[in-house]
Write a protein that binds this ligand. Sequence first.
Ligand SMILES: CC(C)(COP(=O)(O)OP(=O)(O)OC[C@H]1O[C@@H](n2cnc3c(N)ncnc32)[C@H](O)[C@@H]1OP(=O)(O)O)[C@@H](O)C(=O)NCCC(=O)NCCS
Length: 171
Amino acid sequence: MSEAAIIPLDNVDPVLVEQLLDRAFEPERGQRTAYKVREGMDWLPGLSFAVLDAHDQLAGTIQCWPVALTDDAGKPHPMIMVGPVAVLPELQEQGYGKALMSATLACIAPGAPLPQVLIGDADYYGRFWGFSAAPTGGWSLPGPWDPARLLVRCDNPGVLPREGMLGPWRG
Ligand SMILES: CC(C)(COP(=O)(O)OP(=O)(O)OC[C@H]1O[C@@H](n2cnc3c(N)ncnc32)[C@H](O)[C@@H]1OP(=O)(O)O)[C@@H](O)C(=O)NCCC(=O)NCCS
């Protein structure tokens, strides 16, 4: 990755973002459980970014969403859902994904961080940023999921509910 630039995602034409996501994921990506978790939400502009390559072409994107884990007592615990993180296939493994993740995580207020949740490879998100599936074993999602890929990152995992249903943040 040389001379890449991180810019706010709302500076990018939404059509280009959708085209990039279509190339990084399968065409049926809208059926993924992650989409159901944040259904009806808008992505968070302050935490969502694009990365441009050395030719100022769109190389990758990251979006974050307001979600909540609703515990068995019906109490919602707000969280930030991270993803999709997507890099064009021909530009993968050059550091763009790491740059996007680092940009987002650096913008999460250190004094009052919300837990960050995502569905992805523990080898990647665990190794570089400390995401873990250990606290999510009792959580439910509104669709099929692989428990090993439901990951959370939290300064104090002790505050996380052991059980609950993940869904949109209804405020
Ligand atoms: C996953 C993805 C975002 C990673 O971005 P990237 O720019 O290719 O990766 P980076 O260059 O930042 O990181 C490379 C490092 O991560 C590792 N890595 C990349 N993808 C990985 C994965 N899925 N699982 C484990 N390790 C992975 C590489 O082996 C490499 O390790 P090294 O530094 O020891 O050599 C990108 O491959 C992608 O868009 N994939 C398709 C969409 C997707 O699955 N997104 C994630 C789910 S939301």
